[in-house]
Design a protein around this ligand. Structure first.
Ligand code: HEM
Length: 444
């Protein structure tokens, strides 16, 4: 592994191409990121350059590269989102902050997102899952599971972040979908009818909806124990609260970061279980062994090791986030190449999950997530939640939520995939099943 060197000007740039003026190679990257990376890996190896989403970029593949990226945060790298996201994500949210401000915000959020802090949410998630599943049963059959899971996950997130605040989850979820689409627009063209312009409009509407609720909450003498409460209670060294803009930026970011990711993982979990009856059968046996233990708790969830292996394997085969971007803060050397200051560096999560040290990586095999086999993998080989100082804030929340949803689905219901639909994942930005995962849902 190489660290920033004093004089690296003699080193060559990584191999690769900058593509077309302005657009670079953005279109082929967006059309099929997996193929884009695989083609170039075959041609150039584990380090290559390109030009996507508005900037020159170096792709680094493999566990060692991942560790180098995690170790470089705030040293030779800092976070940078692509152009559309930079315009649409609040500038004062944790994902946009860097250096000391980023660490301070992480410290502020951390207590709300520990595994132990999820204890209070388990019964609330359980109640929401029951309610949504009963609605799925009584609604039209077949239906798109992705839409149904989206509505559920959004309501769960609102409960975690905003407690009992009277949020119209369905309305917010619609705005949210447009905003999130705008965030991933290839070019931030703010012209009528573009995806980006719809995203901008949705963001404004969402903020106008959330702001009065935040104002009401500011008036409370004591804040309820939810994420908004923690943001409103925070004080800096001079005893000043976070500006309201920062609170709103953070709230929106957290809703965004935890939404499509969890929807994707949960939908793909439903799909892969339906496609692998032997895995489903083993999950059912595990649930039957726990039958009669009453409502779910963190303790009962911990007694479901196989289900956790399955969830982990779902996120290995189809990681909800394919990768993330950083930018170099100085000329830096890696793998015998020079990466100039100001270039993007890509953390490639999907590529890491689909190559060595994983054997037959395309195969869905929860056995490989068993402790004996998993421990042999080098650090950086399995990174669905990223790593280093920017490791996912909501990873415990996501794992607990997915385990509760999966356990309750297994215990009470069954679902069949409607034949003839396209189950291949959308290549960008989030690998949801293309036709929305059409299922027939019934009571077990
Ligand atoms: C299956 C579900 C999820 C997956 C796979 C996932 C994945 C990730 C990944 C890979 C990153 C790192 C991005 C980077 O390195 O730039 C990340 C960051 C983040 N995640 Fe998640 N996430 C999930 C759920 C959640 C949830 C439920 C929340 C909040 C409730 C959340 C909040 C965040 C935040 C705030 C960040 C930014 C952290 C920072 O910049 O310091 N995520 N997530």
């Amino acid at each position: 592994m190489e660290t920033p060197a004093a004089d690296i000007s003699h080193l060559p740039l990584p191999p690769g191409s900058s593509g077309l003026p302005l657009l670079g190679e953005t279109l082929s990257f967006i059309q099929d990121t997996g193929k884009f990376l695989a083609d170039r890996r075959r041609l150039h190896g584990e380090v290559f350059r390109s030009h996507v989403l508005g900037d020159p970029i170096v792709f680094l593949l493999g566990p060692e590269a991942n560790r180098w990226i995690f170790a470089g945060e705030n040293k030779y790298l800092r976070n940078r989102w692509h152009l559309s996201a930079r315009k649409l994500l609040g500038k004062q949210s944790v994902a946009m902050l860097n250096g000391g401000a980023h660490l301070d915000r992480r410290r502020l959020l951390a207590p709300h997102f520990t595994y132990a802090a999820m204890r209070h949410f388990v019964p609330r998630i359980e109640a929401l899952v029951h309610r949504h599943c009963e609605q799925w049963l009584s609604g039209t059959q077949p239906f798109k599971a992705v839409d149904a899971v989206r509505a559920l996950v959004f309501e769960v997130a609102i409960v975690l972040m905003m407690g009992e605040s009277p949020v119209d989850a369905a309305y917010m979820s619609r705005l949210f979908k447009k905003w999130a689409a705008g965030l991933f627009a290839a070019v931030p063209l703010d012209l009528p009818f573009t995806t980006f312009a719809r995203g901008v409009a949705a963001e404004k509407e969402m903020r106008a909806y959330l702001e009065p609720m935040v104002v009401e909450r500011e008036k409370l003498a004591e804040q309820p124990p939810d994420t908004l409460g923690s943001l409103l209670s925070a004080r800096d060294e001079q005893g000043r609260p976070l500006p309201r803009e920062a609170v709103l930026d953070e709230l929106q970011l957290l809703l965004f970061a935890g939404h499509d990711t969890t929807v994707t993982a949960t939908s793909n979990l439903m799909m892969l279980l339906a496609q692998h009856p032997e895995v489903l059968e083993r999950c059912l046996r595990e649930q039957q062994e726990l039958a009669g233990q009453g409502p779910l708790t963190l303790e009962t969830l911990r007694a479901m090791p196989y289900l956790h292996q399955v969830i982990q394997e779902v996120m290995r085969v189809i990681p909800p986030i394919a990768g993330a971007f950083r930018v170099t803060t100085q000329d830096v050397a890696y793998g015998g190449y020079r990466i100039p200051k100001g270039w993007q560096v890509s953390l490639s999560i999907r590529a890491s999950h689909q190559s060595a040290p994983w054997t037959s990586p395309e195969r869905f095999d929860p056995e490989r997530m068993g402790p004996e086999r998993c421990e042999q993998k080098p650090q950086g080989a399995y990174i669905p939640f990223g790593g280093g100082p920017r490791v996912c804030v909501g990873q415990h929340f996501a794992m607990v939520e997915m385990a509760v949803v999966a356990a309750l689905l297994l215990r009470g219901y069954q679902w069949e995939l409607v034949p003839g639909q396209d189950l291949s994942p959308i290549p960008f930005p989030i690998p949801l099943p293309r036709d929305g995962l059409l299922v027939r849902f019934s009571r077990r």
